[in-house]
Design a protein around this ligand. Structure first.
Ligand code: C2E
Ligand code: MG
Ligand code: MG
Ligand code: MG
Length: 283
């Protein structure tokens, strides 16, 4: 190859980039086949309201389950799906499946379902129709659905952010909730929290203390986020709650909901049905 090493230091980086792009397009091809072959699955992780200690909903998390192999997590294929545009079809599939699985959980237990939505999906001109279709096909009411987005898609001027805001505003009019995922990990100004169509802040798990020497500082940050959210009328959900100490801290700070391995790991739909309060059976 025309390396010209030392002469042009941009080249090796360029090659690295091309390598990554090649890898991503290979992954996207395999993923396209996997979607067609029905090798994707949606798992569900409980979200617990601290007021009453009840499972009030679940987050839908996609998995790739190649036949005979171990399941592959979304961090290993969502970026490729985003880059190739396949995320639009994949996202439609997840949304339809999540609404269908959650419809009986909502009917029996009043539970809701949260679905992650990527920037590329929000940029589709007919995004609102796609969500309507998933709701109608499943019978799930809009009020039982939450869309999780990252703060980046809402911030910044320009037609892209404006289109996203218009979509979310239209969906909120039929009761759909909007959550900011991984809150606190972006670098945007906080003004958007006041101005934009959102309902819920999901506090990133990096804010919880993971050793005894960062408790004071981490506690101060979580307290500040919870107070800010409350003063803006937003619901708080803490992610990555792994210990009783985490749950106790969040309860003390007035966080509304918790999610994490302490409360339950993501699991297939069949196992999730048991996560809700038992039905009242007439005897
Ligand atoms: P996320 O939306 O922030 O989801 C939470 C992630 O944290 C999940 O990882 C979950 O399994 C993990 N988690 C939950 N509780 C704990 C805990 O107590 N400790 C730790 N260390 N981790 C915990 P997962 O399933 O690997 O998903 C990773 C990311 O992939 C998600 O982060 C989300 O951004 C993305 N993702 C997942 N499903 C979809 C999807 O259907 N569409 C899109 N666009 N993105 C998705
Ligand atoms: Mg999420
Ligand atoms: Mg998150
Ligand atoms: Mg995350």
């Amino acid at each position: 190859a025309a390396k010209a090493a030392g002469k042009d230091r941009v080249l090796p980086f360029d090659e690295q980039l091309r390598d990554q792009q090649l890898q991503r397009s290979r992954t996207a091809e395999q993923l396209r086949a996997a979607l067609a072959a029905d090798e994707l699955a949606v798992h569900y992780q409980p979200i617990v309201a601290l007021d009453g200690n009840r499972v009030i909903g679940v987050e839908a998390l996609v998995r790739w389950c190649p036949p005979g192999g171990a399941p592959i997590g979304p961090d290993r294929f969502i970026p490729a799906a985003e880059a190739s545009g396949l995320i639009v079809a994949l996202g439609d599939w997840v949304l339809a499946r999540a609404c269908r699985d959650a419809a009986p959980w909502h009917a029996r237990h009043g539970a809701g379902v949260s679905v992650n939505v990527s920037p590329r999906q929000l940029a589709e001109p007919d995004f609102v129709c796609r969500v309507h279709r998933a709701l109608e096909a499943s019978g799930l009411p809009g009020a039982a659905l939450t869309l999780e987005i990252t703060e980046g898609v809402l911030v910044g001027a320009g037609p892209q952010a404006e289109l996203t805001i218009a979509h979310l505003t239209a969906l909120r009019a039929i009761g759909v909730r909007v959550a900011i995922d991984d809150f606190g990990t972006g670098y945007s100004s906080l003004a958007y929290l006041r101005d934009l169509p959102i309902d819920i802040l999901k506090i990133d798990r990096s804010f919880l203390p993971h050793s005894s020497d960062d408790v004071a500082g981490q506690t101060a940050l979580v307290r500040a986020i919870v107070d800010l959210a409350r003063s803006l009328g937003l619901i708080t959900v803490a992610e990555g709650v792994e210990t009783e100490e985490h749950a106790e801290l969040l309860r003390r700070l007035g966080c509304d909901r918790v999610q994490g391995y302490l409360l339950g790991r993501p699991a297939p739909a069949a196992a999730t049905a048991h996560a809700f309060a038992p039905e009242l059976v007439a005897s």
